[in-house]
Design a protein around this ligand. Structure first.
Ligand code: GDP
Length: 522
């Protein structure tokens, strides 16, 4: 058996409009996975056309679903996990980030670090996910490069190590100077990078820089020297520990910095890392096949009531047809038609290795957070559910459809789109979401996929927390607060509060009960 090609499994995090879609296209283009930029968008539109509920995506111009794209370059296999950019879907994004080994943070050179970038960065930090920074849109007027680097350093408390330097930005942009190799790339007449148009400089004092940059050459020399002296040099170990971020300037639109980004990922980004699990972390070199489900997507094809569970392989050499056991239930599942996500199309996979993602078609058996193993039980940890910020009762248009409604709500909860709470008193289920947009998606999908017309009515409660503690204390607390108690879909006890004040009051009064805003499925 030959050793598998090295894997780099990563996600791109950014604030909407920073250029994630454009960069994704270009990564796939330079990774040879697509032949024409624009295909990612085009493919996306086809997919959308097939699924009614995704009309919301189109109407709002946002991407609600995550997907996986695999490409290969220079003998390295890259698995790019797409994360939805809209903040209402941060829950999905967070879970996707549990399945990557590193992340690329895209920043708009004119805007610097924005709210969403920062939030996503915090999640990466929680999980020690190393970050490579791509400062995009240098072909446009942007902020001063030092200011941008200092902002990254200050706001994220990271050392920054610039790998290249822009000779001017916007109208003045003359090219990028590679601080490590001394290679210089200049744009062609259209401002685009042309393959092969690279000049190997003897150093910053090379007179050819004057030819290519004119008066900007002096600025480039001064700035690049300052940068080389003032910022850290790239220490790959510090990067992989999450203490330092290598920074590339570039323009996804004009192809600058994209190949360098792929090469930097291949050179420095971590290979598949051990994954947190009980009884102990799972190393990619462990012989048995194991993995965890970080995402479930239902009804990708409305013709079939299928669902795809996205499994991140944590260890072993997976082969098609293998039986894996779902640790939570002990059920054996034969995986006969796993899906690989080559960017061009979904393909049937014969083999997958640690770091790879496979799609497993199933009928609702597999859930987010599930651990699958070949032999010995391990339970992967750290795949979170977040406490909902909005709780609603669902009101049915046609009361005879209550059975369909329950099925639909359970399905959506299993997919992780929404959460579902069954109050201890009364029979009306309560739906919980982290953001308003999820409610709209839910209503729209109920209609499109389940033919159930529904709307929401306010629930008496606004927020919820999972609770735990000593059994006797728990029993007492639940008795005292019966009307506010509910169960989540796994039977876990949940306390619902009318507002933040009531929640805080209860937390302070009940020192023996633990209130948690995050729940990991164990
Ligand atoms: P996303 O929301 O992060 O996926 O951003 P998009 O990739 O859709 O880009 C948002 C806008 O910025 C689009 O109009 C892009 O054409 C534009 N854009 C992306 N990258 C660049 C770049 O490098 N230079 C310039 N000038 N525009 C860019």
């Amino acid at each position: 058996m030959s050793a598998p090609a090295p894997r780099r499994t990563f996600a791109i995090i950014s604030h909407p409009d920073a250029g994630k879609t454009t960069l994704t296209e270009k990564l796939l283009l330079f990774g040879g996975a697509i032949h024409m930029a624009g295909e990612v968008r085009a493919r996306g539109q086809n997919r959308r056309a097939r699924s009614d509920w995704m009309k919301i995506e189109q109407a709002r111009g946002i991407s609600v679903t995550s997907s996986v794209m695999t490409f290969e370059r220079g003998g390295t296999v890259f698995n790019l996990l797409d994360t939805p950019g809209h903040e209402d879907f941060s829950e999905d994004t967070y879970r996707t980030l549990t399945a990557v080994d590193s992340a690329v943070m895209v920043i708009d050179a004119a805007r610097g670090i924005e709210a969403q970038t920062r939030k996503l960065f915090e999640v990466c930090r929680l999980r020690d996910v190393p970050i490579l920074t791509f400062i995009n849109k240098v072909d446009r007027e942007g902020r001063d490069p030092f200011e941008l680097l200092d902002e990254v350093a200050d706001m994220l408390a990271l050392d920054v190590a610039p790998l290249n330097w822009p000779a001017g930005m916007g109208g003045e942009f003359k090219g990028l100077y590679d601080l490590r190799s001394g290679k210089f790339q200049a744009p062609d007449d259209t401002g685009t990078r042309t393959a092969g148009a690279i000049t190997q400089m003897t150093g910053l004092d090379d007179p050819r820089l004057d030819e290519l940059c004119g008066p900007i050459a002096t600025r480039l020399r001064d700035q690049a020297e300052l940068a080389l002296g003032g910022y850290a040099t790239l220490d790959p170990e510090l990067y992989r520990k999450g203490a330092l971020t290598p920074v590339l300037f570039g323009s996804a639109l004009k192809d600058f910095g994209v190949e360098e980004l792929i090469d930097a990922l291949a050179e420095f980004a971590p290979s598949p890392r051990p994954q947190p699990a009980l009884p102990e972390p799972v190393k990619p070199t462990d012989p048995q096949v194991s993995g965890f489900v970080f995402k479930v997507q239902a009804n990708m094809n409305p013709q079939h009531r299928d669902r795809i569970a996205f499994l991140r392989i944590a260890s072993g050499r997976f082969r098609r047809g293998m039986k894996l056991r779902q640790v939570a239930t002990g059920k054996a599942i034969a995986i006969n038609s796993p899906i690989f996500f080559f960017a061009q199309d979904r393909e049937i996979a014969d083999e997958a290795f640690p770091g790879d993602i496979i799609g497993i078609p199933n009928h609702g058996v597999l859930r987010v957070g599930d651990s699958l193993v070949e032999k010995d039980d391990v339970t992967f940890t750290g795949i979170p559910n977040f406490a909902p910020e909005i709780l609603r009762r669902v009101k049915l248009g046609d009361p005879t459809k209550s059975k369909q409604l329950r099925t639909a709500l359970t399905d959506m909860a299993e997919e992780g789109v929404t959460q579902l709470f069954k109050p201890m008193i009364g029979s009306q289920w309560i739906v919980g979401v982290v953001g308003q947009l999820q409610l709209e998606v839910l209503i729209s999908r109920l209609e499109a996929e389940y033919r159930v017309a529904a709307s929401f009515e306010p629930s008496p409660y606004e927020t919820a927390r999972w609770i735990s503690g000593d059994p006797a204390e728990m029993k007492r607390f639940m008795e005292d607060n019966r009307p506010a108690m509910a169960e989540d879909r796994d039977g876990g006890p949940v306390f619902m509060a009318r507002d933040a004040w009531e929640l805080n009051y209860t937390i302070q009064r009940e020192a023996k009960i633990r209130f948690s805003a995050v729940r990991e499925r164990a």
